[in-house]
Design a protein around this ligand. Sequence first.
Ligand code: AMP
Length: 478
Amino acid sequence: MTQFTDLGLAKPLLKALADEGYVNPTPIQAQAIPGVLAGKDILGIAQTGTGKTAAFALPILHRLAENRKPAPRRSARVLVLAPTRELATQIGESFKAYGKHMGVTVAVVFGGVKYGGQMRALAGGVDVLVATPGRLLDHLGEKTMTLEGVETFVLDEADQMLDMGFIVPIRKIVKFLPRQRQNLFFSATMPGEIEKLSGEILNPNPVKVAVTPQATTVERINQRVLFVEQQRKRALLAELFDDGGFKRVIVFTRTKRGADRVARGLEQAGVEAVSIHGDKSQGQRERALAAFKAGEVRALVATDIAARGIDIDAVSHVVQFELPNVPEAYVHRIGRTARAGADGSAVAFCADDERSLLKDIEKVTRQRIPSFDRRNDRHLGAATAAMPDPGGRPERADTRSANANRGGKPKRNRNHGNGGGGGHRHEGAPVRAAGDKPAFKGPNRGGNRGRGGGAGRSGGHGGGGRSSGGSTGVWSNR
Ligand code: AMP
């Protein structure tokens, strides 16, 4: 089996990997690292959980180390675009962790927060800039940032970018990039529109790398579908939690309002629950994630956008309160419970009007999911009648939700960016927990986690310190 030491990576990187306890590259890393080191473009089909971030971060850092030069002012040598704040923050943390013995500078910029700190962080230039598209485009429009010095461009989670209506902003951003550059393009799936975009961005003949975690993930997870009436789903969910094995559970709903309602219903049933979605403030999202990760609550009720890409350890079960409109989202959802090779369990509720969604899911995943019929169940009927109303209007099947409409004509979700430059309020919130702890199972566990002002500086090149402004929308280790 290939080891990291076989890949020709610089010593400081090998040291950082040893610090993390990583010995063997994952398949996507073994496939992608040599090509990136050779300066080639990459077209990668892989989703989060495969080690994709290190697959691009390690060789990029190696190339930066080999060719040291000052970062361009108001710009960066490497630009990584990610769809959500969570993912951008995670990627930034990974660069920081892997590059900790190299003294690289990293900044993360996302929307929904003030601009000033972001401008100051970028003023002197950074090696690596990780950004969400809407906010970066705002900076480029205002000329507070430039992309003239970018040598390597990474587009991560391209298919989620499509789902979130970011394709137009991305095309605009690409126009700001120098023509001569290395491009690394990653997507979990390759619908037609994404293939077209990759053709526009990549140089001819990119190295194609693909890992197929979908099948393996699906195989490793113990899945079942429960047929149930829509109005009895709350009682069925509460019943699941009677099983003490449901220790750390992510419950997916289709709508933001639905997430709140389901979380309230669980609380009323005596199950500690928090919800996370795009209408929550950054602080609320951070606190919810931190409470879930710390095991203070058993259930995290989430919409797809809020949950995708987040790396949470030891999720015992994933429950799909509603089936997603797009079959691939089913795979992403259940994948939350089988991180880093662990097994997991997934339960999906299916009301009568969701049967066609289930059929699509079974077609895409090429499997038949064991199903159990809980319709007309007297016990559930009685439990439903005994439950108080959780308040708020009932959720409806909102097709405008997170992952809707993959592959078809992109349907713009009013809540998730409009393809224009600004106002992408729902790009997510950083997963940084209150109290200085990393709020995700990222690789950067040993670093100096000073938490200062948004653009504050602690340390610099060669120093390990950094300032982290969880709620300012920027952090930089300059
Ligand atoms: P990603 O697909 O980039 O989100 O990575 C998924 C998880 O795997 C993260 O927690 C990484 O820190 C971890 N990881 C990445 N590469 C390796 C590796 N070679 N060995 C063990 N864990 C890894």
